[in-house]
Design a protein around this ligand. Sequence first.
Ligand SMILES: Nc1ncnc2c1ncn2[C@@H]1O[C@H](COP(=O)(O)OP(=O)(O)OP(=O)(O)O)[C@@H](O)[C@H]1O
Ligand SMILES: [Mg+2]
Length: 460
Amino acid sequence: MADRAQDFVDTFRLFLEEVVQQQRMRPAVLTPIGVTVEEHVGAPVRDLPLVSEAIPPHRLVDADIALDHLTDSPGSGLFGCSGGQQRYVEDFPQLLQHPHVAFAPAPVDYVTVDTGPDSQRRVVAFGIRLVVFEGKPVAVLQRAAAPQFGRATASLDVLSPDADLSGRLLAEVRRLMLTHSVLRGKVLTFTGDEYAHQAAGATFVPRPAVSAEDVVLGPGVLEQITGHVVDIGNQRVQLADAGQHLKRGVLLYGPPGTGKTLTVRHLLASTPDVTAVLLTGTSIRFITEAAELARAMQPAIVVLEDVDLVAHERGMHGGPQPLLFAVLDALDGLDGDADVAFILTTNRADLLEPALTARPGRVDLAVEIPLPDADARRRMFALYASGLGLSEAAVQEAADRSEGVTGSFAKELMRRAVLRAARNDRAVSDADLAAALDDLLSSGATLTRTLLGVGGGGQA
Ligand SMILES: Nc1ncnc2c1ncn2[C@@H]1O[C@H](COP(=O)(O)OP(=O)(O)OP(=O)(O)O)[C@@H](O)[C@H]1O
Ligand SMILES: [Mg+2]
């Protein structure tokens, strides 16, 4: 009995080995997709050289638009691929010739991607495009990133009998991606989450609508800043002709709540066709990507908000500040004739100054945004009181009593006055304003005042 069992085990083992061996020897056969591609390209697929290009996830939508331009000629086509998860694992040539799986044409896989703060596009996430380029047939596999299958980026794989032709097609795709980019003229932030379905690394934000009247600064200050950021851009042709550089760096510094971010928002509102990348706090680590994008999309603005946060960051072994150096490198790395404005904001200019003076020329305009003086405060209080029906005298008196406060304080004061009246079911009056101010100036509201960015001095 034991012998017979042993015989059976031996036979079975031989049988298994034979099966495995046969599987190994089995030649790759042309799949239905392979047949279709061969018909289009007019050459045996096993002879076709493969030329591939990685696409950052946030640029897949641009690649999709570019390839749509190339796929609209007669003789071109687009289809998906059967084969479940296996198709994500295999490279393009294996989809055409495979020993086990008969990959066949199927519906295209799409993914919906943002193309603006409130617009989307259906983008090919897995599809094979049959293209006619320079009069010759080419096949392109377009796929989105699939990190779960080891594909960290999106990619384009090109097969044609002529590798040079494939290379030229990819160059044309890159050119069209720049010309038709959905990022151009938009305001973006980098989230860092490259695989997030919607964001894909770059998130669109609506362009702010802040007019010059909304920003109350000392005489000539806003004009000086817009002159540097906006007007230099408007004179780009004349400046470039005269060999003058276009790249510029502006540092806005001053206490919290004085209107630095508001000024930036006004600059973005004043440059409606300019691509802008906003980096705040931890997202400043994407400075290199942001600078690259700005160069590609120029005219562009790169905003680094609260840049002092990176000055605090230490290297691995307590060494110098790597992120701050990355920022300085980015400011320096772009050619002088790049129409890119870097705007840095901080309330700790003292932390940045050593690095900026050690490597001069990165920032060519530094503007202090100080606490508003008596005149600016009156204008600011009037701005936030407008439309409320308060008397001019009461508003001015409130401004005069509030030495050392910022715009955030003025705004909050008006809100409290309105709230006070609303609680009593009546329209806001001068008395509400005075009472709200008493509250905010009382000793019990010290922390609130600090949080509103009251910089000290006077009663505050
Ligand atoms: N100069 C100003 N003119 C008009 N409104 C102002 C001004 N300063 C501040 N405000 C009001 O206060 C809010 C906060 O100001 P903002 O965010 O611009 O301050 P900030 O200088 O960027 O402060 P931080 O250094 O803390 O970032 C603004 O959205 C605006 O409502
Ligand atoms: Mg700010």
